[in-house]
Design a protein around this ligand. Structure first.
Ligand code: TYD
Ligand code: MG
Length: 452
């Protein structure tokens, strides 16, 4: 590629192409490729010497307390134990899911804890943000508000005000006058994020960038932002449900896969400290098609109800509908049930749902999924005091999963008395729980539902 030839970038995945085309080869998105100005390369002169420090000197360099608590436990947990100074955090989520609400509440909470905090909105005026704060009962929090989209002005503001935390809502509205592209385009978002992240590292300011997500779940354009920042959090949930889950998908300063659970109420988001009780609260008496999965989200056990419905299908190709789980996983489990246990699903629609709008990604949910489907198909309820967990292998064997003891303790705490687990699980001390270990799916089907 010659130095000044134009560059074509996919606004969905950030892939760079030599020429324009209607479809991106990398992510298969249509009509997503845009032309960008080529990167100008300056004269090949030697640069100045960069600053280096010795690893062993680090401890003395950083005397300030490394983490600031937000005062919101669920948020601190997802951040890996509080906000790290000079870190960059991306909070992504669908429009309207509650990102601005969450971050305004976080800003207020940080400010009350003595962290100087600047909230810059590119979408609302300062007065509108103040109105929202009033509705949330936060009007007395010493948060500085700004309404600005020009990044040059924002950097100057940050430089003068010197906050410890700056929240930029949202990165898609920010623009740099040195980049010839519309706000929200890949080049603007990339350049703006780069400027902010560099500023954060150099000046010791923590920045939180808000990013809107497109329909297919990618933050619009900025896959490119994900690798620039230290922490990527997604704020997710079903619009119809009141529960919202803040999920860490990347964290340089703590465990990823950690979740924080919130409830959207009339006065903002309330944290939910005991999500298991909440996800199971709508559960009535034992019904066919319902199974309770003892799962682990990050470092915390969370119990969820898996619901299934199996009904004769009027269609040639029966339906497989899944909410809150991976549909590929359902196909695999159905195939194992057919091939290894001889239970046919041809001509039957299968619907699967995780109650409460929760999303389960652990393979340990396999056994609970199989149990819910079988229970629905045979119209036999699983005993109500039972939890299940275990991964199903393609041979039909059940494989032990991690943190068995934590799962059992959480289940016991919530009043369950029996667990069905794979053989060779490391049970540890699980008081009050009767653990029935099963080597494979065929044994499970035989014991729970007769011969199958
Ligand atoms: P918002 O934070 O503006 O979403 P985002 O920044 O992710 O686009 O949230 C807007 C939604 O939250 C809106 O549908 C109304 C709802 N909401 C409440 O239910 N209660 C409240 O107290 C607030 C402030 C918002
Ligand atoms: Mg918003």
């Amino acid at each position: 590629m010659s130095k000044n030839s134009p560059v074509f970038t996919c606004s969905q995945c950030g892939a760079v192409h030599r020429k324009w085309s209607g479809k991106c080869d990398a992510c298969n998105a249509w009509n997503s490729i845009v032309e960008e100005a080529p990167l100008s390369t300056g004269p090949k002169a030697l640069g100045g010497k960069g600053k280096t420090i010795l690893l062993t000197d680090l401890a003395t360099e950083e005397d300030a307390p490394p983490r600031a608590s937000s005062g919101i436990d669920e948020l601190d947990r997802v951040l890996g134990g509080g906000l790290v100074a000079a870190s960059a955090i991306l909070v992504g989520g669908d429009p309207g899911i509650g990102k601005s609400t969450l971050l305004l509440q976080a800003a207020a909470s940080f400010a009350m804890n003595g962290v100087k905090c600047l909230y810059i909105s590119g979408e609302e005026s300062a007065a509108q943000v103040r109105m929202r704060a009033q509705r949330l009962g936060l009007q007395h929090a010493p948060v500085m508000l700004g309404a600005e989209t020009n990044l040059r002005d924002i950097l100057t503001t940050l430089d003068t005000e010197r906050p410890r935390l700056a929240i930029i809502d949202s990165i898609q509205t920010m623009w740099l006058d040195t980049v010839e592209a519309a706000p929200g385009s890949v080049s603007q978002v990339r350049a703006a994020a780069h400027e902010l992240v560099t500023f954060a590292k150099r000046r010791g300011v923590a920045v939180i960038l808000v990013g809107h997500v497109t329909k297919d779940g990618q933050i619009a354009g900025p896959r490119v932002v994900e690798h620039m920042v230290d922490t990527v959090l997604y704020f997710e949930g079903e619009r119809g449900h009141q529960f919202r889950i803040l999920r860490a998908v990347k964290n340089r300063f703590g465990p990823s896969d950690e979740i924080g659970v919130f409830e959207m109420t009339g006065n903002g988001l309330q944290q939910v400290l005991n999500p298991s009780a909440l996800f199971l609260s709508e559960r009535g008496t034992a019904n066919p098609g319902s199974a309770v999965f003892a799962g682990i989200e990050g470092t915390r056990p969370v119990l969820t109800e898996i619901q299934a419905l199996v009904a004769p299908s009027p269609l040639g190709t029966p339906r497989r509908t899944v909410v809150g789980l991976d549909s590929g996983r359902l196909s695999t489990i159905l195939a194992v049930l057919e091939a290894r246990c001889g239970i046919p699903f041809a001509g039957l629609d299968v619907f699967l749902n995780v109650a409460g709008g929760m999303r389960v990604t652990e393979p340990a949910a396999d056994l609970a999924v199989a149990a819910a489907i079988l229970s629905a198909r045979e119209d036999v309820a699983i005993p109500p005091e039972t939890v299940l967990f275990g991964e199903i292998s393609l041979s039909g064997a059940l494989r032990p999963v991690g943190q068995t003891e934590n799962r059992l303790k959480e289940a016991a705490k919530l009043g369950f008395s029996q667990a069905i687990a794979p053989s060779r699980s490391k049970i540890g001390s699980a008081e009050g729980m009767k653990v029935r270990e099963m080597p494979d799916l065929t044994t499970f089907v035989g014991e729970m539902f007769g011969a199958g």
